[in-house]
Design a protein around this ligand. Sequence first.
Ligand code: NAP
Length: 494
Amino acid sequence: MSTKQFDAVIVGAGFGGMGAAIQLNRLGYDNIAILDREDDLGGTWHVNRYPGLTVDVPSTTYSYWFEPNPYWSRLYAPGEELKQYAEYVADKYELRRYMRFNTTVELARWDEQAGEWLVSVAGGETLRAHFLILATGYLCQPKTPDIPGIESFAGTVLHAQKWDHSYSLQGRRAAIIGTGSTGVQLVPALARDVAELTVYQRTPIWVMPKLDFGIAPVVQRLFAKVPSAQRLLRMSTDIFMDVMVTIAMWRFRQFRPVNSGAALIGRLHRFLAIRDRQLRHKLAPDYDFGCKRPTLSNTYYPTFTKPHVRLETSGIECIEPDGIVSRDGSKRTIDTLVLATGFDVWESNLPAIEVIGRNGRNLGKWWRENRFQAYEGVSVPAFPNMLTQASPYAWVGMSWFDTVEAQMRHMDRLLGELQRRGASTFEVTETANERFLAEMLRLLDDSVFRLGNCTTSRSYWFNSAGEAPLFRPTSVRSAVRAQDQFPLTDYSMA
Ligand code: NAP
């Protein structure tokens, strides 16, 4: 099949892929292909359209710093506004011309002789690219639970990531499996419509009060006219999020009382919403705050006090054509099953596609045999001219934009230097990579992941070896500084 030649192939048309394309444009690269297996742009905000979806980080922080959106309707904007924002950014920066949808990348292989990446897509076409950028995200492989009998269910199954809005929930006898961030948003939304709702919880989640408010049109107009007014609000949400995550999670050793204070707020939140002691107890996490992504909701706990909503915690024995049988022998008859069962982060992701570097090094295999690792969360030895976004130790802060923009800075410094030297390939050195990994492991020693009680959290932040290598355990500020200052000698360039 035809082989096209590009400056860069970016895999993923979400905010990460679009940020990378904007950065490449700024560096003068214009021959770019952005490939995405979905049928439109926006990544997670295209795929997730379930009822009740809102961003769970203040929208002022959850957006590109260089492209503030004055028109968020709330502090925590609904999902469709995020999708519209993605479309706005794509149009403003003329990114659609690079995008190809319904295009599944199967393999990327470094061609040593040509000094290029060969990117194979389903259907047989191969693209050649000088740079390869993996922007597939951490949460892109939805998980269907392996529950006996699930395929025999005769009613309607709704997946959070494939919501069918034509299906009416009115009057249904529904069940939802999963009480992570998605479940916490879905439960109150479902309860508004269905006649009966049973919530199957395996592990309770920390739910914190949501300090949300609508942003009046007059304030939106002010933000549009005086961007610094919105920047001021952003500064406060940025600083609050960064300080909280840094001290409650990464500086757990020194600030354990702050973590306990956050947990106390969570307990109080539950206490104020639910009078039934037994119900409160069932909803109480028995692991430390910060082991698993905490959620924000003012409506989740009160939903369980409604007469048509039931919490089931004895575990699922099996699913039958007309209902769910619990481990205690009871059965709920249902016609609608909602799956909010999360994503596979460790088996079919990291990386989301097969990537073969120098000397046949297979990225997924190498990570699994040698620990998950990536220099500054973006580069891997033996993978020249490749930058990977959702990598080990890349995730910084709670807003995905923090990660994306830190990496844009890394690209700027790295590719800018490549151009200055008139070089065509870069590759991080083994020494730099080892030094960075050692530093991340040292920092993790102070974190809630190491010192807290996380064993019962079943958090997808941990892999099966009990390691938590997704996050860079530093503040966003420090991560950004590192991208501006990393020694250029950490890369070999030729
Ligand atoms: P998740 O946090 O991994 O939660 C999945 C839920 O499904 C858990 O409660 C899990 O129980 C349950 N589950 C999975 N398999 C099960 C089984 N076989 N039987 C019973 N229960 C099962 O996934 P998520 O809720 O989709 O959230 C993932 C991430 O997406 C979040 O951490 C967040 O980063 C992001 N997110 C963001 C937003 C937003 O910004 N609006 C919204 C949603 C999600 P266990 O805990 O016991 O495994």
